[in-house]
Write a protein that binds this ligand. Sequence first.
Ligand code: FAD
Length: 340
Amino acid sequence: MALHIQQNISLQPFNTFGIEAKARFFVEVTTIDELKSILLHADYQSMPKLMLGGGSNMLFTQDFDGLVIKMGIKGIEKMREDSENVWVKVGAGEIWHDFVLYCVGQGWYGVENLSLIYGTVGAAPMQNIGAYGVELKDVFDLLIAVDKVSGNQQFFTHADCKFGYRESIFKQELKDKYVITEVIFHLSKKPYFNTSYGAIQQTLAEMGITQVSIKAVSDAVIKIRASKLPNPEQVGNAGSFFKNPEILKIHFENLKEQYPQMPSYPAGEQKVKVPAGWLIEQCGWRGKRIGNVGSHKDQALVIVNYGNATGLEIKDLALKIQQSVIEKFDICLDMEVNIV
Ligand SMILES: Cc1cc2nc3c(=O)[nH]c(=O)nc-3n(C[C@H](O)[C@H](O)[C@H](O)COP(=O)(O)OP(=O)(O)OC[C@H]3O[C@@H](n4cnc5c(N)ncnc54)[C@H](O)[C@@H]3O)c2cc1C
């Protein structure tokens, strides 16, 4: 089937910040063959190419003078199973939350704590998505990706992906080199629950749940997230703009003398993780608005577009926030969002 390549397309409907930016060329691929044919197409071969999933972790600060390839490869296929495990291959273009709901419906345990995370399955390994005590790496088996230049397919094992906190090899050494086309997950048919994190237990109790189930955990996570995070359909955002920083213990202990309320989580022997939202809030940013942009009133870590903001306005606010956290705490916040 001939690919439908469009020109000068607005990317506003394709990013959850709702930022206006144009793609010089734009195409959606629904099969691996289509993907390969566009990657190897003589007219586009030397052009910069940007993969786009749900656009929920991207900030466009300029037009993209190249080819934007929207991932539309679908499909959920059970590969194999035994009495306790199931391995499932999922197309990169599947919506992550739909996949979670599918697993919940099947009684496949492992991803229910990751309910209501935006975006696609193919982007999930990029930053090893995580929430409520679970990360993608906990259920990941293998992925298949296509080399953007040669068009060759390659497998990446768990070890190959070098997963870390909101990190993988695809954000580091192999940044922009591969297109993830399918991800294979290893899920459990044997019930197990991870309800110790955040307000899950409290929410289950409020929901009147006495017998915990996979559906109840997913519903509780959805309820918490819906109450805490702004809905991108109502106000443009990309979730957490910054990562939670990991700082040296000695640095933390010094800060703790000055800020006894400073929260922290263990992060290995030498390090401590500090919630970026708390740091930002302490710098007075929570709920603060500058023109079209601001830090969200309930979640300081989320930068929002109140309408008609440019990507540069959002980036500018992010840099201001970053600077004030450096000045107050001597901590440099890394951006989680991909800036284009
Ligand atoms: C309200 C809200 C809440 C969020 N909460 C969380 C959370 O709790 N935890 C969390 O981890 N994240 C969270 N996020 C961030 C986001 O949901 C994830 O990062 C998600 O995985 C992004 O998926 P996407 O398809 O939208 O990726 P995009 O934004 O389209 O792309 C992100 C990056 O991946 C690349 N990419 C996309 N698809 C592919 C592919 N198939 N192959 C290769 N590269 C690709 C892009 O080029 C880009 O660099 C949240 C976002 C929002 C809006």
